[in-house]
Design a protein around this ligand. Structure first.
Ligand code: NAP
Length: 251
């Protein structure tokens, strides 16, 4: 693809599904040149179309991150917006029965993956006139629920990383926004329950959850503010969800 020197460049991780796919499409419609990545590359290609580049990306693999960011560097030479969206929950077990592989999977993507992408993209964000990092946190970043410790701990970590970055980058023209959604109907629950469609559907029973486009709206809002305005955190939940474990359901 031929890079445009004036239009901003947005990198979106986990763009094969859900919030990442909706965000890539929404930013593309706003004129951003999109570089979208995930493991299921054909799905990313369908999302991106002619909005930019679709590249394979596994944020748990440093070589994959390096190849992805190397491609962005060669094509555009800068990154204006990095959306660290790739993430997952795996299982819903109390700590007493926690599985190592579930916790490793969540921490590898949600925490270490976000760190790897941020570290690799920072030199390119510094080449933009104004850089912006958007991290997908969650209400699980400041609330907890039974069975959720592995996931909530990883999203508490995302919150800590976002706040730390704001200190470390103070004085540079790089904004940090954490977007913290409640319940959004995506493939999230299907992944958490290892493909069990019935269990995934039950999560959204009797309630109108958020949709991925609601979160994409928030991200577009944050990144399109004037450059001196830093939206630190956006918390967004369905009206029926007062807390992660307290959902008013219609039966
Ligand atoms: P989703 O539909 O399951 O999408 C998750 C995305 O992450 C997929 O595109 C997936 O792509 C990607 N991903 C997973 N592992 C990856 C890896 N190793 N490397 C690169 N990409 C990877 O779920 P979602 O709801 O849109 O979740 C997006 C973000 O929102 C996550 O950080 C999640 O924690 C957060 N969030 C979701 C909710 C909710 O209720 N849905 C609430 C709060 C926060 P591939 O599998 O193709 O790699």
């Amino acid at each position: 693809m031929v890079a445009n020197r004036t239009r901003p460049v947005a990198v979106v991780t986990g763009a094969s599904s859900g919030i990442g796919a909706a965000t890539a499409a929404a930013l593309g419609r706003r004129g951003y040149q999109i570089v979208a990545g995930a493991r299921r590359i054909q799905r990313v290609q369908r999302v991106v179309g002619d909005l930019g580049l679709a590249l394979p990306l596994d944020v748990t693999d440093q070589k994959s991150v390096d190849a992805f960011v190397g491609h962005v560097s060669k094509t555009f030479g800068r990154v204006d917006v990095l959306v660290n969206n790739a993430g997952l929950a795996s299982g819903l077990m109390p700590v007493a029965e926690a599985r190592d592989d579930d916790w490793i999977a969540m921490w590898e993507v949600n925490v270490l993956g976000l760190m790897r992408m941020t570290r690799a993209c920072l030199p390119l964000l510094r080449k933009a006139k104004h850089g912006h990092i958007v991290n997908l946190g969650s209400i699980a970043g400041f609330e907890v629920y039974k069975g959720g410790a592995g996931y909530t701990a990883s999203k508490h970590a995302v919150r800590a990383i976002s706040r730390t970055l704001r200190l470390e980058l103070n004085g540079e023209p790089i904004r940090i926004t954490e977007v913290a959604p409640g319940m959004v109907e995506t493939e999230f629950s299907l992944v958490r329950f290892r493909g069990d469609r019935k269990a995934a559907k039950a999560v959204y029973q009797g309630v109108k959850p958020l949709v991925a486009e609601d979160i994409a709206d928030c991200i577009v809002f944050a990144v399109t503010r004037p450059a001196h305005v830093d939206i630190d955190e956006i918390v967004i939940r369905p009206i029926a969800q007062a807390a992660s474990f307290l959902v008013a359901r219609k039966t």
